[in-house]
Each structure stands twice: as C-alpha cells, then as structure tokens.
Write a protein that binds this ligand. Sequence first.
Ligand code: ADP
Ligand code: ZN
Ligand code: ZN
Length: 748
Amino acid sequence: MAEGRYANIIIDISHEKVDRPFQYKIPASLAGILEPGSSVMIPFGQGNRLRRGYVIEITDRAEFPPEKMKEISHMMEGDVSVEADAIKLASWMKHTYGSTMIAALKTVLPVKQEMKPVQKKKIVRLMTKEEVLCILSESIRKHQSAKARLLTELAGEPYLPYELVTKKLNVSAATLKSLETQGVLSIERENYYRNPVKVEASPEERKQLSGEQSEIVNRVLADYRNGIRKTYLIHGITGSGKTEVYLSLIEGVIAAGRQCIVLIPEIALTYQTLLRFYKRFGDRVSVMNSTLSKGEKYDQCERARRGEIDVIIGPRSALFVPFQNLGLIVMDEEHEGSYKSESMPRYHARETAQFLANLKGASLVLGSATPSLEAYSRAKSGEYQLFTLSRRLTGGTLPSVDTIDLREELKSGNRSIFSRRLQELMEERLQKKEQIMLFLNRRGYAGFVSCRSCGYVMKCPHCDVSLSQHLHGKMVCHYCGYETVQPAKCPVCSSPYILGFKAGTQQIEEQIHKRFPDARVLRMDADTTRKKNDYEEILSAFSEGKADILVGTQMIVKGHDFPNVTLMGVLAADLSLNDHDYRSGERTFQLLTQAAGRAGRGTKPGEVVIQTYRPDHYSIVRAATQDYEAFYEEEMLYRELAGYPPASHMLAILVSSENEQAGESLCVRIGNLLKAGTDPENREKMQIIGPAKASVGRINDIYRFVIYCKHKDYNKLVECKDKVESFLNQTEIRGQNVQFDFDPIDSF
Ligand code: ADP
Ligand code: ZN
Ligand code: ZN
C-alpha cells in the first residue's frame, strides 16, 4: 500500500513506452488500495476511451495542475499477469536499492525490439481438395500456368510455406492475391521465435542419487507439495553432485506444472553444463547469455510467456524472464560477485530472487562450495535451510597442499616467480606427461608494476590507479585506456628491478618458456578470450591434451574437470588480499579453495602449491586445509568487529563529478544532511564514514567521492537513501551524479 494522491501509469508496457507515464488522480474509493503493479482502467485520449494501464508509482507530486488531471476509472481486481508482477518487482528494487522507477522497469522488462519479430508466412488452403482441383482444371484451360502450378501443389497439401510458393514455384504476389480474393487460400503470418539452442542431445541414463542427494530432493519436494516455500542452501564441494540435485528438483517442479529459473555465473555457463540440462529437458529448456542478440533474448522471454519452455538458464538477468507459473529458482555458485549488478539499480540476484520467489510462490535453492557469508549466516540462524553434500561422487581424493613462504625464497636467493618446490613438481609432472595449471589471482588493476627497491608504482595520469603491464613493454590503464612505455629503470631510484613480482599472466608465460622450453603452454585471461568462442576453445584444447600447462587468471579455476591435471600452482595467493576492501579475505579463500579443487579430479592424486608472502593469514591457512567452517568463524568475527556486512548493513553513496570542488562540496552537503537528520537513538547505531575521496579517486578525469553509512537495520539505510533522493530532487545539480550501492561488493 502506498500513499499519495496521484498515480503514474503506463499504458503500453513495451520497453520504449516505459519512459512516458501518464499521471492520473486517484479517486477516493481507491485511495490506499492502489499500489505499483495494480492494473487499472483509465480514460485516455480525446475520446476518453477506457484503456488498461499499470500503476508504476504513487506520488503526491503533481506533474501538471491537478484540476486538468483525469481520474482513474476503476481497478481491475485479481490481475496476476506477468506485467503486474514485473512492476511490483521493479518497485521493490527501486525502493531497496535506490534508482529511478524507469531504470528499475528497464531492468526487469524484457527488451522489446524495435525490429519486428521474425515472421514466417504460410499459404493456407481454404477449400476442399475437390474444389481446388475444379479451379485447377479451369486455370489449365485458360493457360494460367503459374496459378496451375500452385493449385496442383495446394490440392495435395493443406499448407504451403510461402517461400516455396514464391521462389520454387515462381508464383507472383499478384497471383496469390487474386486467389486470396477468390477465397481459395489465405496468407497467414506466424511469429517465429528464435531458439538459440542448437544441441542435439540424446537423453542420458538416469543416475541413482546418493543418499545425501535424495535426502535433499525428497525434503525440498515434500515441502513443495505441502505448500511450504523456503530458501535452501546446499553447501557442497565441486563434484559433490549439486547439479544433479538441481536437475531432480527441477523435474519435480515441472511435473507439478510450474517453471524454473536457473542462475549460473556467466563464466560457468559452459557447453558441458548446458548439455546436462538439454539431455534432461530437451527443447523445453533455453538459455540467456551475453552472446545472444537482443532479438534472441526477447524471443526467449516470449517463449517463456507463451509456455513453450519450462526452464531458462542464464546469468542474473535470467531472473526477469516472465514465466506465468514460476515454481523454483536455483542459484548456483551463489557466492559469485557477478550476481551483483554494477549499474543502478545495483541489485543483488540473491535478494532479488528471494523477493521474486515470495511474489510468485516459488522455492529458492542456493548452492555453493564456498557459500557467501551472507548466505551461510542466514543458514546458521535458521532463515535458510542448510544441506551439506560432503563427498565427491566421481572418486578422486582431495589434493595435498603445500604452502610456500615467498619471503624465504627471496632470502635464499631465488628471484624467480616459481618457488623451488613448484619448479621441482613442475619438472616431475612434465616428465610424467601429466598436466599443470598455474593460477594468478589478480583482479583488475592488481597487475601493477612497482620498484622492488624503493616501492615506486607507475600510475595513470588521468585516473588514480596504477598502470598494468602488457606485452612489448606497454603500460596500460585499465580504466581509461591510457598507454605509455615501460621505463627500463625506476624513475625515482634508478633500480633495474622495476618489474617486481606482480607480473601478469603474459610474463608468467614468458618465464615458463625460459625455464621449461619444451613445455607447451596455453594462456587464458581477458586478452586471450576476447572473441566469442576463445574461452571454450582454450579449455577444450587443454582438455584434449594439446598443452602441458594452462596459465591464467580466475577464469581457469571455475568448475572445469581436467582429470589429467595433477598439479595446481597458485603463484601469489595474497595478491587478492591486497584489494583493500572488506571482502578480500572471503574472495581469497574462495579462489584458493576453487583452485585447490582443480587438482586430482581423476584417478591420480593431486598436489597444490600455494605461494604467498602471508602464509599466516587465516584465509590462506583455512583454504590450504579446506576448512570452510573455521574460515567462516574467523571471517565473521572480523565483520562483526568492523561492522561490515552481513554483521551490519552498509550503504555507499558515490558522488562523481567533472569538477573536483563541486563534487566534494556536494558530498559534504549530503554528509551533513545525513548526520543532522539522524535521530539521537539512531545516531549511536548509525555509523557515517566520510565524506572522503573514493579509493579510486579519479577515473578518466571524473572525480569520485564517497560516504559510507553502516547500520544493523537495512531499513534505516533505505531511509538515508530516501532522504538523499528527495534532497537531490529539490536541488539543482549539474555535471554531477549520485549513485547508491547497498552492501557493496567492491569498494569505491
Ligand atoms: P557439482 O554440481 O556439485 O559440481 P555435479 O552434479 O556436477 O556436482 O556432479 C559431479 C559429477 O558426479 C558429475 O560428473 C556427475 O555426473 C556425477 N554424479 C552426480 N551425482 C551422481 C550420482 N548420484 N551417481 C553417480 N554420479 C553422479
Ligand atoms: Zn625505485
Ligand atoms: Zn586512466
């Protein structure tokens, strides 16, 4: 229920029209009853013909003189259309994450194409065979040969593809038209929805579920049958059979006549994963991902709306596929950072899925080998139901892990990026013709170049970030693209050791070639995976044994099975600890656990070498022993002490501005507004940090400032956001932009 005298209404819920809501007066009889998503009849246009519209917002702000405003006629009750649900979802997102209603609607509504849907035309016979034969003989008599060709075919077939008739039979449009007028045939159009799935998968033999697996399936489906809808978290290492559980759950939900959304991080959306779904559900499953064209994406939404598919698989945006009877949402790898949107509304797919599941009466199943602190703490508190899968089903033992202190290596004179232990093991594996993976956990600008003698770091002149080293001595800014050449000596102290350790994947590849000239190496990182199929090609080449060593960034550690890999080297485990945000410990633990899980997937035992400057850090210690529970306890303690999510909630307000001073002063005004407006009771509980320069204080010559608010109660932070929004609505600001980010994943 929302308060206000006026309703903003959209009439036609296609993407382009969303920008043009119309304002109507709310009649007394509907005051307090209407809400976003309500469907109403309104007098429209000159003739005041009644048309159906959807309320998207309720407000007290009249956009034009109220006396000129028309009034809503009445409400259509009991509308449970997908449109109404989409608007409710958008309205919740706007409220929860901060954005305009238009931006929220554009996020949830399928992209309507200006382009017409692909249409297929067909010729439909309207007469009986005998009647057609009768007209045929007449046309033969009149020497109308084109007409005769068509009628001959049409006598045999009740439908003919239009193409066949116009091209193969060479019948003109005029001839067709005259036969249509005569009532012999009609030309019909039907929309043709592109199906991106081009797999011919034969069904596979059903696996007998393990005891642990069937326990989960039985309990979730029993809840389902009894009308209980909950959120479940499946904690199970990679290979413990989570996907198999999802498949059985989906089967059960489809049997109950409802549909399913399966969320998978884009990077894990591999051919192998899709194949398993196709084998089980055939063409009742479809996929959404960034390689689909806009038209193909829209078509998948249409197919879902029309009930042509039961399952959609895709990244976070697959949540918005408009199923009529959604019954289950599965979110695999729920801890992945890519589930958070990077533009407003900056929604998180986990919470959004939970809201959607509530709205639709669906269940939500989360799965991960390394659950987010958010999900695990909710599972511990009983808000989610926790299940554990403890065994790997394909056999293979957990690998043994060696942690190597890189400071010691340097002390003993080893300047190489490979520790002596790693070199030994690599040598041995190469001899035995077993495969090796080398993992560099650098993110974004972490591949910077610094001087090992004085600590000087090369920075971008337009952004407050360090430059990254590329091939041929180029230094590149990953934020704005600025390029320069790399100096041979440190500009400050003239030391030649300016490369330092923090080399990128390219340098590692070069080092491997130097140290092991005969080894065949594949590299996978942002540079080698630019094209659509690069990623799959590298992985299958490695899987087919076309290389001995695969070196890469985090792309290589996500969910692939290479039975012949028996050694995984993590080159600098603490690189991801240097990200300077509160999630870096969690991210490091996740990456190292995943990396360790790559070795020894087959019958041969695996070994993992973790090289680090911080062998005592709990993220590294716990990952080495694969002890999630212990990691969770330590990490949670830290979050509680420091008031970070999920122990507390956090709102980041980011101000960006072309003008440094204007940005700073706007940020200060917002800060003062928040500090002044907080009532005494909440002042103690609310922590306001800043205003301050963002940690990347300038990107492409745009200055960035940030304020952080922390409070245990999420709603208090929503109040802060609302306060800032209404301040911004009343204030003239130019050349500046304000964004909200709740429980941010990355620091600003
Ligand atoms: P996860 O999603 O947790 O990584 P998967 O469901 O992919 O686990 O299972 C890992 C491997 O074990 C797959 O090759 C799968 O086919 C196999 N598997 C899963 N469940 C069973 C089962 N009940 N019996 C035999 N093999 C199974
Ligand atoms: Zn120096
Ligand atoms: Zn730059």
